[in-house]
Design a binder for this molecule. Structure first.
Ligand code: SAH
Length: 341
């Protein structure tokens, strides 16, 4: 299979252009058209001689197709994209005054099957390739006519089951598109061995680890794969990550009413994270059709947050964006799959 152009570095593009018998400066033009203007076909490159454009017209660029989108009242747009092999994936653009964040997917579906996550319920198809990850950022950039400033790997999939492509995509986003390393976040629920593997890349990005519970038995109920990765070992790997990279870790904790939202849970959480340079991000549950959890009332969320603060833990509550239209990830795709059957 021919590797698409999207995802290639400036040097690799130069190689490609030269292999086509063209002068090297065409590679700079190609780079601009690919990463700034978001071409979908090489025939669109009007700087190039018509004859050459015709010769390379079928060469794959690596862009996906927009199948559906839903815009919510706060300006968040969720896109449903189709890949070349007819799979669908979601990506979300989240605008604010000073930033445009893209929530990217790293896999089609997800094998981790966390009990409150819509993506896990649609099963798992495959890992995404580098160009399919980069394409999501270009799609959002195009739709908002604005540069993407932040990228979070918090869409569909478990990024650390696809570490090679994710790390490669991070490099492309940084070097070819110009998104700062520190403006990117990879979120993982934890895969044995993979946090350390990621640490060795010494990336500038933020690692976010999805905890959701302060002890092993409760975590296993919410995150089935935790059975094979005891909390203690996960936290050891997180400590090693901080040591190797010199970067802080942030922990995510989805709050489910009556399940993991007691102040006693907050205390226990503070205890296991003692001495850790960390930050906790509380995510009040986004209701999904397929699960019957409920979102805790705001005062419960506040009490949980205050308990952590009392223990000197840095904490923030994630503001829910895009609540009007199937906010939780995986839902737009699920609706599309249901309609197709
Ligand atoms: N696989 C990665 C990325 C998942 S999405 C991971 O597990 O970290 C990012 C965060 O959203 C994760 O913490 C995930 O557990 C959480 N999440 C998924 N579905 C949710 C829902 N319905 N409500 C609230 N948080 C949810």
């Amino acid at each position: 299979m021919t590797v698409p152009l999207l995802g290639l570095s400036a040097a690799e593009l130069r190689h490609w252009v030269e292999a086509q018998g063209q002068p090297a400066y065409r590679a700079q033009q190609l780079h601009r058209w690919l990463y700034q203007r978001g071409v979908r076909s090489l025939t669109e490159i009007t700087d190039w001689p018509r004859q050459w454009r015709t010769e390379v017209e079928n060469f794959p660029v690596g862009r996906s197709q927009l199948v559906d989108q839903s815009v919510s009242a706060d300006g968040t747009i969720k896109f449903l994209l189709a890949t070349e092999d007819g799979q669908t994936l979601e990506t979300v653009g989240i605008p604010s005054a000073d930033r445009l964040t893209v929530c990217v997917s790293s896999q089609i579906g997800c094998p981790m099957a966390c009990v409150f996550c819509a993506t896990g319920m649609s099963g798992f198809a495959r890992n995404l390739a580098v160009h399919e990850i980069v394409d999501q950022v270009l799609t959002v950039q195009e739709a908002f006519s604005r540069r993407v400033s932040h990228v979070v790997f918090m869409g569909m999939g478990e990024p650390l089951l696809n570490t090679d492509a994710v790390v490669h995509a991070v490099r492309v986003l940084n070097q070819e598109i110009g998104i700062g390393g520190r403006q990117m976040t990879i979120s993982t629920v934890g895969v044995p061995g993979c946090i350390t593997q990621l640490a060795l890349h010494k990336l500038q990005l933020t690692l976010a680890v999805s905890l959701h519970a302060p002890n092993q038995p409760l975590r296993e109920q919410l995150v089935p794969t935790a059975k094979h990765y005891p909390l203690e070992r996960l936290l050891e790997d997180c400590r090693a990550y901080v040591q190797i990279t010199g970067r802080r870790i942030s922990f995510e904790y989805t709050l489910l009413a009556g399940v993991n939202d007691e102040t006693a849970h907050a205390r226990e959480l503070a205890l296991i994270l003692r001495g850790f340079q960390s930050h906790i991000n509380l995510i009040p549950y986004n209701p999904i059709e397929q699960a019957d959890f409920t979102r805790p009332r705001p005062e419960r969320v506040r009490a949980f947050e205050q308990e952590l603060q009392r223990h000197k833990i840095a904490v923030s509550v994630r503001r829910t964006r895009g609540m009007t239209e199937d906010a939780a990830c995986g839902q737009l795709r699920r609706r599309a799959l249901q309609q197709a059957h």
